[in-house]
Design a binder for this molecule. Structure first.
Ligand code: UDP
Length: 331
């Protein structure tokens, strides 16, 4: 199939691009490279440097090639930044996304696969979380993802667009060539590995007084190759729906640090810091819906394997990708 990947120079977009190409699809990547990395874009893909908010560029892109689907990864994705600057998140994740949808509508692109997030559930009491769990985001990032899912629902009903929202839990891990680099880096596993490498003096543990077994937050970490594979499986769907994507097993911040110490064989210094605003104590997925409907199964569910893949990548790329990325808005 012919697929347009927005944000294909970013972490999950680049891995999905690679996997799509490996499985014989034709891929065009659209990325403005303000945060993404040119080296992360597979050489086999066509590459367009540009913004999903650029209606003229989208028109040109869609008139040149008839795409079967768009995989929409381009978004701002840092929770703390979304709290301090919500305007940026509504602009990049909602307004710019609408621009993309309008261009798709005008050019009759039939399908979109959207990077949604477990952040749409907010702070649910009951674990694991199913797709029916009440949606109640606690920060602008989660709000924008939920807003866009709703836009997709109504566009689907009115215009016949097929839209699949994939609600990722905590994307983690690396492939041989592609890994996680954000600036600033706020995610747990890359920061723990940076501390292991000596690039950070310690890992900050944001709160140890949560109502969880060891007092630190629990998350469901999922390998990016499993996320990529879920995207590819959804291409065969002819309906509008949403799926959770996680392993169904939660690990605390302390367990992630201990596992990393085992993987790296290094004692990692830690510092207990105040809670980070908006962090729910626990987020664990029930992904049975995608397992039943599409036969998706995580191939790399073990936390140790996920961390090992990210550690190998970081050792080979201690400074990240070679070109410096600018600190910016979206990827
Ligand atoms: N976290 C932490 N130290 C860090 C980064 C994250 O203690 O340097 C915690 C964070 O508060 C959350 C968990 O680790 O409870 C996962 O955070 P991350 O940013 O990786 O993903 P999120 O669940 O926020 O999307």
């Amino acid at each position: 199939m012919k697929i347009l990947v927005t944000g294909g120079a970013g972490y999950i977009g680049s891995v999905t691009t690679q996997e799509l190409l490996n499985q014989g699809h034709e891929v065009t990547v659209l990325d403005h490279l303000k945060e993404g990395h040119p080296e992360a874009v597979d050489k086999r893909a066509d590459f367009i440097q540009g913004d999903i908010a650029d209606a003229t560029l989208l028109k040109k892109t869609f008139s040149k090639k008839s795409f079967d689907a768009v995989m929409h990864f381009a978004a701002s994705c840092l929770v703390p930044e979304s709290v301090s600057n919500p305007s940026l998140y509504y602009q990049n994740n909602v307004t710019a996304g609408l621009c993309l949808l309008e261009a798709m509508r005008e050019n009759q692109i039939p399908k979109i696969i959207f990077s949604s997030s477990c952040a749409i559930y907010g702070n649910p009491e009951k674990m694991p979380i199913t797709e029916e769990t009440h949606r109640s985001p606690t920060h602008p990032y989660g709000e924008t993802k939920w807003a866009f899912e709703n836009i997709l629902k109504w566009y689907s009903q009115a215009y016949g667009l097929k839209a699949v929202s994939l609600r990722y839990f905590n994307a983690a891990g690396a492939t041989e060539k592609l890994g996680e680099v954000h600036d600033p880096e706020t995610h747990l596993i890359p920061n723990v590995l940076k501390a292991a490498l000596g690039h950070l003096p310690h890992v900050e543990i944001y709160g140890n007084d949560y109502p969880t077994p060891d007092g630190t937050c629990v998350r469901d970490y999922i390998h990016i190759l499993d996320i990529a594979q879920a995207h590819i499986l959804t291409l065969k769907l002819e309906q509008t729906t949403a799926f959770n994507l996680g392993n169904g097993h939660g690990y605390s911040v302390k367990e992630v640090i201990q596992t990393t110490e085992r993987v790296c064989r290094i004692k990692i210094p830690t510092k207990i810091s105040p809670r980070r605003w908006g962090d729910p104590p626990s987020l664990i997925a029930n992904s049975q819906k995608i397992e039943k409907e599409l036969g998706w199964r995580p191939r790399y569910p073990a936390l140790e394997g996920i961390i090992t893949s990210a550690w190998k990548w970081l050792q080979n790329h201690p400074e990240g990708y070679s070109t410096k990325t600018q600190k910016t808005e979206a990827h």
